[in-house]
Write a protein that binds this ligand. Structure first.
Ligand SMILES: CC(C)(COP(=O)(O)OP(=O)(O)OC[C@H]1O[C@@H](n2cnc3c(N)ncnc32)[C@H](O)[C@@H]1OP(=O)(O)O)[C@@H](O)C(=O)NCCC(=O)NCCS
Length: 165
């Protein structure tokens, strides 16, 4: 049986059009690339159209500079019925010194949709190594934390009647 496509790597040169007012790469430019990588990784895994349901724990640890070569390493950590957690690690490389820095990590929840735009089932994730098993277990805990937090925020909105937020 062919192996599942669970990982995807994309490398992009940071160009001046991606800069913010301070001359570093704009967070929004990185978020757009992250979303594209998450889309490609999830769509390749489940072989269908997917949408972004949620993004969490985006932590910009260090600024990324124009001229650096940035590599996005994405992996399907978890697959539920229709959703997948895609973990992405971002490494920036200074092309003159070859110094590499881990600048960002985050987790996307992507949902597979059928031709009517409804969530559709994805393949069961085959866990082939201890590392994949650890990622799967951690992603399951994060999924539960997301659901708990969503319920708490909804209850809070009802309590203080913030229906439009
Ligand atoms: C994501 C979306 C398809 C979920 O639809 P839904 O009617 O809530 O569907 P369900 O309740 O059946 O949930 C489907 C899956 O999404 C997950 N999900 C739903 N809301 C979620 C949230 N806020 N955070 C994380 N996962 C979520 C569910 O856990 C479920 O996963 P599972 O099937 O693996 O158990 C729907 O909200 C949507 O279309 N959102 C817009 C997506 C979009 O346009 N994104 C681009 C950015 S604008």
């Amino acid at each position: 049986m062919p192996q599942q496509e669970k990982s995807l790597t994309m490398t992009v040169l940071m160009t001046p059009d991606m800069a913010n007012f301070s001359g570093h790469v704009h967070g929004g430019s990185l978020l757009k690339l992250l979303d594209q990588v998450a889309y490609a990784c999830a769509a390749k895994f489940c072989k269908s159209y997917v949408v972004t349901a949620a993004l969490d724990q985006v932590f910009f640890r260090q600024p990324v500079h124009v001229g650096e070569l940035v590599t996005f390493m994405a992996h399907v950590n978890y697959a539920g019925r229709s959703s997948m957690e895609i973990g992405i690690k971002v490494v920036a490389e200074n092309l003159r010194t070859h110094e590499k820095r881990h600048t960002t990590s985050c987790y996307f929840t992507m949902v597979a949709l059928d031709e009517h735009g409804k969530p559709q089932a994805v393949s069961k994730l085959e866990l082939e190594s201890d590392e994949e098993k650890r990622h799967f277990a951690a992603a399951g805990i994060r999924k539960k934390l997301r659901q708990d937090s969503l319920e708490k925020v909804r209850a809070l909105r009802n309590d203080i009647n913030e229906k439009d937020l």
